[in-house]
Design a protein around this ligand. Structure first.
Ligand SMILES: [Zn+2]
Length: 413
């Protein structure tokens, strides 16, 4: 079944099993990055349903939105986040601690503006990026990070290695959850890897999604919601052996898993992470059905809090028109009648309207000049960074509503 925007899956994208149990219906909505100018036509809506393969247990969406639509003119620029800049240094340090001395060749899959390759380049390593967003690839190349404008897979890997040879380090951050054919991406990564090379994969942790109710991370770009268990299922057939894991603050809690093409003893950190997932029943249907119930009750409590501000005549402004905020706003029914505008520091987004909820996105200066009473902190995974900015740059004081993780919280600043 295919409409112009999306295609419904008939079988698990990983194992081909034909029974996909519905877990959570986050309501039909436009893809999260379908921001539009006020006079542009309304974007189409696509069902947003989290399901679980009854055979391999992998969590995924029931619909695949056309990747050309999602990624060819991408508006998420990694470098706009201060936290991402800081973390890029830690990421490079962690990766380099797993490889030997000397100058390396480093390849990043879906490298965006090159923020995560920059620390390697600064240390003298040779870096190459591949990314499908032509507009962002231009920025990366202009800033000195050699980047090819391609969707990565076996074909792109062959072209890049023909040019540069094989790589000592190949990494992909938050990429595998985005691609329908994760096997093609993995095969490409493996084929680009030099003998003895290190492969690193970063992904949002399903155990944290489950425990902290990160239902706002469910959006059409994220086809998969991976745990270490499902990542291991996916990578094993490619001859990859996971041997270590480190944690990352990205997305409110991610893992970086490290792989070699030869067997290697699991580190204590990896053993603990696997045990934690097993304890939560991450591969069981029951754990995810309970998650869905909690999401519905979270939606109701958040809506009740916002409605009481509206009843009291308070002006509510959002902060952070992230892709995640799109799911949260559509799922909770918070639209332009309730939220007057959303502040965002990405100038590419200012002047546009949010998908499905039609809330104007403005610069944070404009947002605070409108004298809000309450800030709904939509980009809650950057809470501390944003609260600092609100206080220091805008001198604003008032009530901040932090919707997640866990129960919604109010904070006076
Ligand atoms: Zn499956």
């Amino acid at each position: 079944m295919r409409n112009s925007l999306s295609e419904k899956v008939l079988a698990c994208r990983l194992c081909g099993h034909r029974v996909l149990d519905h877990i959570l219906d986050a309501t039909s909505q436009p893809p999260a990055n379908s921001l539009r100018k006020p006079n542009d036509p309304l974007p189409g809506s696509v069902p947003l349903i989290l399901c679980r393969c009854a055979s391999c247990g992998t969590l995924q969406l029931t619909e695949t939105v056309d990747p050309e639509y999602l990624f060819s003119h991408y508006v998420w620029v990694t470098g706009t986040s201060v936290a991402a800049h800081g973390y890029s240094q830690t990421f490079a340090k962690n990766v380099l601690s797993h490889v030997g001395q000397g100058l390396l060749k480093v390849l990043e899959v879906a490298s965006n503006d090159g923020t995560f390759l920059r620390p390697f380049l600064a240390l003298g390593h040779e870096v190459v990026g591949v990314d499908p967003a032509a507009n962002i690839v231009q920025t990366a190349n202009a800033s000195g990070i050699l980047t090819y404008p391609e969707f990565f897979g076996v074909k792109a890997a062959a072209a890049v290695t023909a040019q540069h040879g094989k790589f000592d380090v190949v990494f992909a951050r938050n990429v595998l959850p985005h691609v329908k054919d994760a096997n093609d991406v993995l095969a490409g990564m493996v084929s680009a890897l030099a003998p003895g090379g290190l492969l690193a994969i970063e992904f949002h942790r399903a155990d944290i999604i489950l425990e902290d109710l990160h239902y706002d991370s469910i959006y059409h770009e994220h086809l998969f919601y991976h745990s270490l268990a499902s990542i291991e299922l996916l990578t094993k057939p490619h001859g990859l052996h996971v041997f270590d894991v480190t944690t990352s603050p990205i997305s409110g809690g991610s893992y970086v898993a490290y792989f070699l093409l030869t067997q290697h003893e699991a580190t204590p950190e990896l053993i603990l992470a696997r045990a934690h997932e097993a304890h939560l029943g991450i591969q069981t249907a029951a754990a995810w059905h309970l998650f869905a119930q909690k999401c519905l009750s979270h939606r109701d409590s958040l809506r009740k809090m916002v409605d009481s501000f509206v009843t009291d005549g308070k002006k509510i402004v959002g902060f952070g028109a992230s892709a995640r905020s799109s799911t949260l706003l559509n799922f909770t029914g918070l639209n332009a009648q309730i939220i007057s505008c959303i502040a965002d520091n990405n100038p590419l987004k200012c002047g546009l309207l949010t998908p499905g909820t039609n809330i104007p996105i403005v610069s944070s200066r404009d947002a605070f000049e409108s004298h809000p009473d309450v800030i709904l902190l939509l980009a809650w995974n950057f809470s501390e960074e944003i609260i600092q900015e609100i206080k220091a740059v805008h001198g604003w004081a008032g009530t901040v509503l932090i919707p997640l993780p866990g129960e919604p919280q109010l904070r006076e600043i």
